[in-house]
Design a protein around this ligand. Structure first.
Ligand code: SF4
Ligand code: SF4
Length: 143
């Protein structure tokens, strides 16, 4: 439960985004915000399922339809097929990845912290690995 690091410590290795894979699910507030701000670049990657089991690409949603959505999935915008990796993860160098929608990313990404033991802990997070490799003396210097 300890919040050992803060988000600014992220080493941008991209591992947590790769682990999320296709399971990114925005809140209805995320979708509404993307709709009113005309973020079709984001909406086109998501499809919504309604109470009657019909699907619609999120770019075609009307704001009043949001309340009838029962599920939202990442889908290939051209084929409608399921995807295996988040389309917003962008490799910017050999070992560094960025989120191409960082300022508008889904709430679950915004809140995710891989260093919360027992909840969302991700052993492969590079920030955790590198901090654990430091000597106790080195860790004292960065507090
Ligand atoms: S939306 Fe951004 S932060 Fe969320 S998984 Fe994709 S690349 Fe990572
Ligand atoms: S796994 Fe850790 S270091 Fe890598 S992107 Fe996620 S939070 Fe940052």
């Amino acid at each position: 439960m300890t919040d050992t690091y803060n988000t600014a410590d992220c080493d941008q290795c991209g591992t947590c985004c790769k682990v999320f894979g296709d399971s990114i699910s925005p809140t209805m507030e995320n979708i509404y915000w993307w709709l009113v701000n005309d973020r079709t670049d984001i909406l086109r990657h998501f499809s919504a399922c309604f109470e009657d089991s019909t699907w619609k690409q999120c770019t075609e949603l009307r704001p009043d339809e949001i309340f009838s959505i029962v599920a939202v999935e990442l889908r290939d915008p051209d084929t409608g097929s399921l995807v295996s990796v988040c389309p917003f993860l962008t490799r910017v160098s050999k070992k560094r990845y960025l989120c191409s929608i960082h300022m508008a990313k889904p709430e679950m990404c915004d809140n995710y912290k891989p260093w919360i033991w027992g909840e969302t802990y991700l052993r492969r997070c590079r920030t955790i690995v590198e901090q654990e490799q430091r000597t106790p003396w080195q860790n004292d210097q960065i507090i």
